[in-house]
Design a binder for this molecule. Structure first.
Ligand code: HEC
Ligand code: HEC
Length: 412
């Protein structure tokens, strides 16, 4: 009896062991298989929360001007839940067709001109046979010209029909300044094409080269200086970021941007969505186009700077460095005037004298120069006063500028 129990319990333990082992393998496999899915779910949740937080901020801070559903309000603020802002151009296909046909016209006309020159060449007249061939070719090219003209007429007519069906949106500013363009005589067709090319989407209209996310974030940070002059019944778009002395933190700005971008319908925008917009954007006031933030300053962490250069393949330009050294950053106000070590001989001194000092064991000349420029207080050259060389160059220079100056000093 006891023996049986013992065996049973051994069997049981083995079984339990096997079960556990198999279970663990399944678990490990499941985790591996689902890692990707879990990451995606996590990202979705994370974005979802950002959008929710953004929605709350939007309701309390933005909806009074941009409208609860983001359709904008008349003469007050442009719609943000707006196909035009997201890059939907309702007559884009027609504009592209006309542009292509115009290019073909230019090419065909040039070919015809070349053939005519050959045909009428008095010094070297073509044979009768060649003359006939040329005339036949010209006939063919002229037929092609006709085809392209027909394509243009068709696209222009289509565009007109489309614009009529969108007249509600056009009245609310979908194509600002279109009224003034319509008066242009038909000889100025190119201007009409240029107009539609430039005003096809909101981002081309304002000349923003980056993406929409950057456009929204930058607008929120800096606002639109001078926009109150363009939007007479509104205070205009103010800056919102703490960076510009206003109330919102960067994470709140990002949440708001996530909420606005959440309106994107991608390829599914329709003309009805355009008609739902109550007010479209206007041409920007002079100088109010937001800019992408500039590159970050180099800082004063020598190792981080050198690593950044290596990772981003930043290489200094000796020539630019020379200009930055003597003009932009005024290094020559002191260097070369007696109150600071001479510029000439910098490299030799660094290599033979400074690197021979115990505290610079293992340094390269480049490393020494970066440190001297960004942290001048760390080491004072014998015979010169401390605290004289400005300590803030690291925050005033970009990585590229610092690298340029170092490249210049390496030649001195
Ligand atoms: C007092 C009214 C007002 C408030 C409040 C306001 N805006 Fe604006 N906003 C404007 C105006 C006016 C413009 C157009 C500026 C221009 O034409 O340069 C604008 C432009 C924008 C644009 C650029 C749209 C485009 O087509 O160029 C974005 C994005 C934007 N606002 C987001 C927001 C967000 C998000 C909030 C809330 C934090 C907000 N705005 C609050 C009035 C306002
Ligand atoms: C206001 C005067 C002043 C200006 C402006 C100034 N420096 Fe200096 N610099 C000094 C002095 C003084 C020293 C020596 C004392 C020390 O080591 O801090 C020095 C030291 C250096 C050294 C170390 C030289 C050596 O022989 O070891 C380098 C490199 C250097 N400066 C680069 C620059 C660069 C690059 C600029 C401009 C971006 C600049 N300095 C601007 C005063 C100045």
């Amino acid at each position: 009896m006891g023996r049986l129990l013992f065996i049973r319990s051994i069997e049981g333990r083995v079984l339990a062991g096997i079960t556990m082992f198999v279970g663990m393998m399944i678990l490990v496999g499941w985790v591996a298989i689902n890692e990707e899915a879990r990451m995606q779910a996590f990202v979705r949740q994370h974005t979802g929360r950002a959008i929710e937080r953004g929605a709350e901020l939007y309701a309390s801070l933005c909806s009074e001007c941009h409208g609860e559903e983001g359709y904008g309000s008349k003469d007050r603020a442009p719609g943000l839940n707006n196909p035009h802002l997201f890059g939907y151009d309702p007559v884009g296909a027609q504009t592209a067709a006309i542009t292509n046909a115009n290019r073909a016209l230019v090419r065909l006309n040039k070919d015809i001109e070349t053939l005519l020159t050959e045909l009428t060449n008095a010094q070297n007249p073509p044979t009768d046979e060649r003359q006939n061939a040329i005339l036949a070719e010209i006939d063919d090219l002229e037929a092609q010209l006709e085809e392209q003209h027909a394509l243009i007429d068709q696209a222009v007519a289509e565009r007109e029909t489309k614009l009529k069906s969108l007249s509600a949106a056009v009245k609310r500013g979908l194509y600002p300044l279109w009224d003034t363009i319509e008066d242009i005589p038909s000889t100025a067709e190119n201007e009409v094409e240029t107009f539609f090319f430039i005003n096809g989407t909101r981002l081309t209209q304002v000349g923003w080269a980056g993406d929409l996310q950057g456009y929204v974030v930058t607008t929120l940070i800096h606002g639109r200086p001078g926009s109150a002059n363009v939007w007479l019944s509104s205070e205009g778009m103010a800056p919102w970021s703490q960076l510009a002395g206003a109330q919102l933190r960067q994470d709140q700005i990002e949440d708001l941007a996530a909420y606005v971008l959440n309106w994107d319908k991608g390829n599914a925008w329709t003309d009805d969505d355009l008609i739902a917009v109550q007010q479209f954007g206007k041409p920007l006031a002079d100088g109010s186009l937001p800019r992408e933030p500039g590159p970050p300053p180099a800082g004063d962490n020598v190792n981080a700077i050198l690593t950044f250069w290596a990772e981003n393949e930043i290489v200094g330009s000796e020539a630019t460095g020379g200009v930055l050294y003597s003009e932009d950053f005024g290094c020559t106000d002191c260097h070369g005037k007696g109150s600071a070590p001479d510029t000439v001989g910098t490299f030799e001194r660094a290599l033979n004298e400074r690197l021979a000092l115990p505290q610079f064991a293992g340094y390269t000349v480049e490393q020494y120069l970066v440190e001297s420029i960004t942290r001048p207080g760390d080491f004072i050259v014998d015979g010169f006063s401390s605290g004289l060389m400005p300590a803030n160059f690291g925050t005033r220079m970009t990585h590229q500028q610092l690298a340029d100056i170092v490249a210049y000093l390496m030649t001195q």
